[in-house]
Design a protein around this ligand. Sequence first.
Ligand SMILES: C[S@@+](CC[C@H](N)C(=O)[O-])C[C@H]1O[C@@H](n2cnc3c(N)ncnc32)[C@H](O)[C@@H]1O
Length: 329
Amino acid sequence: MPTSYAHLCNRDEASSEYDRLKNSGLLNQDLKPMPYGDKIAIPVLQGNMKIEFEEVQRSNPHDMLSTILTNPPKRWEKLGDMVIFPQGTDTTNWPMKEVAETLQANRIGIQNEIDSGPTRKSQLELIHGSDGWVVHRENSVEYEFDATEVMFSSGNVTERRRMGDIKTEGEIIVDAYCGIGYYTLQMLVRGGAEHVHACEINPHSITALEKGLARNDVTERCTIHPGDNRISMRNLQGIADRVILGLIPSSMNSWGNAIRCLKDTGGIIHVHMNVHEDELEQWVDKTTEWFATASGKEASADHVEVVKKYSPHIIHVVLDLEIRNPNSQ
Ligand SMILES: C[S@@+](CC[C@H](N)C(=O)[O-])C[C@H]1O[C@@H](n2cnc3c(N)ncnc32)[C@H](O)[C@@H]1O
C-alpha cells in the first residue's frame, strides 16, 4: 500500500477537517482517510508522520467487472469488506476471488428478501468467504454484525444520520427496537446522549450491539433489555426524554408503553410506520390525536421524515411527536 503524510483528527471532526484540507489544497486526493487508533488519519501532502493508506478507486467498478464477467450485475451494496448482490444474480462460473478483489472486498453474499417476521432475520447467503461478521463504518460509527443473521438496511442511512445529528446531551433515551444499534450507536457516539435503554428481542442483534458498543467505546452509557419490549418497557416508566419506535410496517404495539416511558413532563417520540403515500397527512393527524388522547397531554407533530420508498406507493416515514404536560413548566 502507498504511504503518505497523515493528519490525525478526532472522529467527530473528520468530515470538517477533510473539507478544510481539501479547500486549502493540502489533501492527498489519491488516498482514502482511515481509522487510526481512536483518531481518523487523513492523507495530506506535507506533515510530520507517514503511514500506509489505501488508494482511491477511480475507475468505474462496473467497467472493471466487465473485464472478468460476461454479464456483470449493475447493482450491489457493500457492508464492510463484504459485497452483496441482489437476489437472482446469476453467479454461475464466477471467479469469486477476482470479483471480490475488483470490488475491493474479501467476501461475497447474495441478499435474498429479508424475512418479514418481527426479528427481520437476514436471508443473506454467503457465497465467497468464511463467515458473515462485518464491521461497517457509517457516519463516524462502526457497526459490527453477522450479515447472515441480522438485517442492515442501507436505505435507512439518512435516518441513522438524522438521529445522530440530534444533540441529545443529558438525555435518557429508550430505543424500543434497537436491533444492532442502528440509532442507539449514532445517538451515543455523535449525539452525546447521556444513556440509552436499548430493547431487543433477537439474540443475534444483541450480540452485535454488545460488540458495537464496545468497539465505539460507549458500553457504559447503554443498558440492553433483552426480550419482548411489551415486557421490558414496563420497567422503564417515567424515565425517558425521547423514545424511538423503529419498527416497520408498524410500531403500534409499543405506542402505549412509549408514552409511559416518557418523563411526566413529556418528551419526543419517533414513530416509524409504513404509510400509503396518499394517506400521509391523515395518518399524521390521526396519530398525533391518538397520542394526545392516550397520554392525556398535548401532542404536536414536529416533523415528518420520509425515509425511503418501501414498495410501490408505500413509504417508510418517521413522525417526530412532541408530548408536553401542560401542567409542568
Ligand atoms: C427492523 S429492525 C430495526 C431497524 C431499524 N429501526 C432501522 O430503521 O434500520 C427492528 C428490530 O426490532 C426487533 N424487535 C421486533 N419486535 C420486537 C419486540 N417486540 N421487542 C423487542 N425487539 C423487537 C427486531 O428483532 C429487530 O432487530
